[in-house]
Write a protein that binds this ligand. Structure first.
Ligand code: HAM
Length: 428
């Protein structure tokens, strides 16, 4: 029996890897222009990071974590998301420094959730995320959203819908929580067993239930926006105003609750509206988490961030017909015949690479014709031919593959001549 990759995972082969590199590079460049810096945290953490951070009534913690005991009997978990880890690290390394410091971080890496795989839903997926810690200023919320839209636009994604909501502060959420209990309690027997437990522990999660989505009481459930106190409402109004000023369009959806427990105030999701995009339309999710740093033993520090998966971005780019980058092609392929010529080719290859050229040669002992074929298959702009005659005269022939034009040059001047040949194209 041949061994295959595990369900919900994928191999990213070279032709796809260039698309991944492109997305990661664009996202990093945009982050850096917004003054966000990279942070890298471990792929596994103590399980408590997530039970405490993400919340132990969430689906992620209840059903989706890859948790295992190591040989020292410690409970560890492959990270299902990045925020809890980043906050754990922020507290552990006291990144808050002096009071009133703003820390802006981005990260990328694999996350793991035991979900039912389908297009855009993997068990191992790669998130790109940002977290801004230290300020509760709606302008910062707007900046984070502007950053997200900027990344999307630079990747060619334009069929987007930004949906925002406010989950308010603790007081607002407590009032909403009671209203939810009053609303669902009389009929809770009609709901799934998960929801029955959620009623006492965390009734907000009922609104997120996949099984009871169609229940009539879901539609009429009290909306958090009606329970916002003055402060929370003002915060949300300020955010909307700033988004208007920045020309970022959005819709308010009072039913948006998000699947993780740490959120308060701003919550948002970015959807793809591209025709042909699969059943799962959410490209990115995020929001504010003002109590999370304290939860990890740090000082009172507000935070906001988002994460998207590269997998879903690629699906969206394909659905929008964005031209995807192709594998980089060779500047030149050295075609050499015979042992001596091959030795000289190896030296030349080394020199050209030091000069920054993308070059390669044959190692399979192929005949000349086959070497030209390989050069062609690799999209080499030029071939550098070293045959017996050329070798005897310390020369090489540079041939431009498209035009077929060629010139004989001294072996010592190949590096300079090659630059001309690549630039000049047919003008050899
Ligand atoms: P999340 O909504 O659980 O939020 O996930 C964020 C994004 O990760 C989703 O919108 C989607 O693009 C991607 N994603 C999630 N699960 C999968 C999956 N199984 N397969 C492929 N892609 C997936 C968070 O993770 C929060 N940490 C976001 C955040 C950062 N909030 C504040 N800061």
């Amino acid at each position: 029996m041949s061994i295959r990759l595990p369900r919900g995972t994928q191999d990213i082969l070279p032709e796809d890897a260039v698309v991944w590199q492109h997305i990661e590079k664009v996202a990093k460049d945009v982050c850096q222009s917004y003054h966000f810096e990279e942070i890298r945290t471990p792929i596994f953490e103590h399980t408590e990071v997530f039970t405490r951070g993400v919340g132990d009534t969430t689906d992620i913690v209840q059903k989706e974590m890859y948790t295992f005991k190591d040989r020292g009997d410690r409970s560890l978990t492959l990270r299902p998301e990045g925020t809890a880890s980043v906050v754990r690290s922020y507290v552990e390394h006291k990144l808050y420094g002096e009071a009133n410091a703003l820390t802006k971080l981005f990260y990328t890496g694999p996350m793991f959730r035991y979900e039912r795989p389908q297009a855009g839903r993997m068990r191992q997926f790669v998130q790109f995320g940002v977290e801004a810690l230290g300020s509760a200023n709606p302008h910062l919320d707007a900046e984070v959203l502007a950053l997200l839209i900027d990344i999307c636009n630079r990747l060619g994604l334009v069929n987007l819908k930004l949906v925002i909501n406010s989950l308010g502060d603790k007081e607002s959420r407590d009032r909403h929580r009671q209203a939810l209990i009053d609303h669902f309690a009389p009929s809770i027997n009609e709901f799934c067993s998960d929801c029955q437990t959620r009623l006492d522990k965390n009734p907000l999660r009922i609104l997120d239930c996949k099984k009871d989505r169609e229940h009539l009481l879901m539609e009429t459930a009290p909306a958090i926006l009606d329970f916002l106190n003055e402060e929370s409402r003002t915060y949300f109004e300020n955010l909307k105003q700033t988004l208007d000023q920045l020309g970022i369009s959005y819709e308010v959806d009072a039913t948006l609750v998000r699947g993780l427990d740490y959120y308060n105030h701003t919550a948002f999701e970015l959807m793809s509206t591209a025709p042909g995009f699969g059943a799962i339309t959410t490209l990115c999710g995020g929001g504010r988490y003002n109590g999370l740093v304290q939860e990890f033993g740090g000082p009172e520090t507000p935070g906001i961030g988002f994460a998207f998966s590269i997998e879903r971005f690629i699906l969206a780019m394909k659905a929008e017909g964005v031209a995807l980058p192709e594998r980089p092609q060779l500047d030149a392929y050295i075609v050499a015949l015979g042992e001596e010529a091959n030795q000289r080719a190896a030296v030349l290859l080394h020199e050209l690479r030091k000069d920054g050229y993308r070059v390669d040669k044959d190692y399979m002992g192929k005949k000349m014709k086959a070497q030209f074929k390989t050069a062609d298959r690799n999209g080499a702009t030029c071939t550098i031919i070293i045959g017996e005659d050329e070798l005897a005269n310390e020369q090489a022939v540079i041939r431009h593959m498209d035009s077929g034009e060629q010139k004989t040059v001294s072996l010592h001047s190949v590096a300079v001549e090659l630059r001309e040949s690549i630039k000049g194209g047919a003008g050899l």
